[in-house]
Design a protein around this ligand. Structure first.
Ligand SMILES: [Zn+2]
Length: 451
């Protein structure tokens, strides 16, 4: 029976791989939208109403369904999944895994994921077995470069993938098989602990947060790590241009990106290196933040999920749409960047007295990166009109002066009252912590304009 189960599972992963890779590829926006509508109608009629909270909306168009976010999902946990699972037992499994670093226990057949919750809101997400297998197939289909496809053939040596994450999950080990040699590296153990194991494995594919890829690139350039990955994938953090360049310098390849969160598989880089939204599996409603309609916060409806019901769920991320379609011809929307989280937007009073004005992460990062090339690390925490700036730089005094000047110019360009800057030395993050350059602790007094 186990053998049969394994075969079924393998067939589901393979089926979803083939379906996503060759069948679900839309070059025409209208056919993509028609596909989405068919999936959505079925989902809203048959799947979503299995969650008690959604039942009352069964016959209604999507626009009438209420929005949700992580706080709501946590407070009405059992009403937002189709299996009637209560929050506490799910949380117990997740926290137990987190503490023991053994990520195999499940809740029956369900995998429990814990979202990192950098802003203090942890989220728990449930994934059923079949969903997990379909997800694994889709993820591979969307991210595996054609030149590595041959490794999935039975007579070739298996594809070797090294994964660096804060926490492992059944989600990822689902990929492990005779065709895929999958090694998980625990970020909490630090990078040096992994170097030996990496050299032994010699991964074809290296998947890690941007800062970790950068760390491995530095180790490689310093001669402390000898590997030659053929594909690099950045996950879980904003990939900054300087990091991308350094990684390319070390390994001779530009890192691709997977935009994956506990909330779902949201996006991936295509072979042209551009990031596409995974609109074949999700409906993404943009909530525009600017007049040019380039920046938005996404509301996602994931019609590929059956356990955790995600309908019009507000992600805390700010995305930037590319003004031009991607030359690869995919109809899925193209992003210029995942800018950061909504709480990475800092706010200052507009000079014209119209209230608080948002300062977007991407603009601030760029202003700082171009001002000070000697900068190794930096972070800004806003507390009202005070900005606490931590930095680490080769030429500390000169860099500080350059930064003060750059920020003064930035405030002027943005037409806002300048914040008071307090500069101090860099305090390193705990190992495994997500990099956060910008942090809004408290807004200045006043009414925010719209984002
Ligand atoms: Zn593309």
């Amino acid at each position: 029976m186990r053998g049969l189960e394994r075969l079924r599972s393998l067939l589901r992963v393979a089926g979803s791989f083939i379906h996503s890779r060759w069948w679900l590829r839309f070059s025409d926006r209208r056919s993509l939208e028609a596909w989405q509508m068919r999936q959505l109608q079925r989902f809203l009629r048959e799947t979503a109403p299995k969650a008690p909270r959604m039942r009352a909306f069964r016959e209604q168009p999507l626009a009438h369904w209420p929005e949700m976010d992580k706080a709501l999902l946590m407070s009405e946990f059992s009403a937002c999944n189709s299996q009637g699972i209560e929050l506490q037992p799910a949380l117990d499994v997740a926290l137990q895994a987190e503490q023991s670093r053994d990520f195999s226990p499940q809740l029956g057949e369900l995998t429990v994921g814990l979202s990192s919750g950098t802003s203090g809101h942890r989220g728990v997400f449930l994934v059923g077995r079949e969903e997990r297998e379909r997800w694994a197939g889709t993820l591979l289909a969307r991210t595996l470069p054609t030149r590595l496809l041959g490794h999935l053939l039975p007579w070739r040596p298996p594809l070797r993938i090294a994964f660096f994450l804060r926490a492992n999950s059944r989600l990822y080990t689902t990929l492990s098989s005779r065709r895929i040699d999958f090694a998980f590296h625990d970020l909490l153990l630090g990078l040096d602990a992994a170097l030996g194991e990496l050299e032994r494995q010699q991964p074809h594919i290296l998947v890690a947060p941007a800062t970790v890829l950068r760390g491995l690139a530095e180790a490689h350039l310093a001669g402390r790590l000898r590997i030659a990955p053929e594909h690099l994938v950045s996950v879980a953090e904003v990939l900054e241009e300087e990091d991308a360049q350094r990684i390319e310098q070390a390994f001779g390849r530009r890192p691709a990106q997977i935009y994956q969160a506990s909330e779902g598989f949201l996006g991936y880089s295509c072979e042209r290196g551009n990031l596409h939204l995974n609109e074949t599996h999700l409906l993404i409603e943009p909530e525009w933040l600017d007049e040019q309609r380039l920046r938005f916060q996404p509301l996602i409806t994931d019609f590929s999920r059956t356990t955790q019901i995600i309908v019009r769920y507000r992600l805390n991320d700010i995305l930037q749409l590319a003004p031009e379609p991607c030359p690869c011809g995919r109809a899925e929307r193209t992003l210029t960047a995942i800018e950061g989280r909504a709480d990475e937007v800092l706010w200052l009073p507009a000079l014209d007295g119209s209230g608080l004005r948002p300062l977007y992460p991407d603009l601030l990062r760029r202003a700082i990166a171009t001002a000070a090339t000697q900068l190794e690390q930096w972070r800004i925490c806003q507390d009202g009109m005070d900005w606490h700036l931590q930095l680490q730089a080769g030429e500390q005094v000169a860099t500080e002066a350059a930064l003060r000047e750059a920020l003064a110019t930035f405030f002027q360009q943005q037409q806002v009252q300048p914040a008071t800057l307090h500069v101090s030395a860099w305090l390193p993050d705990a190992p495994g912590a997500k990099r956060r350059r910008l942090l809004l602790k408290r807004q200045p007094e006043g009414t925010p304009c719209t984002y």
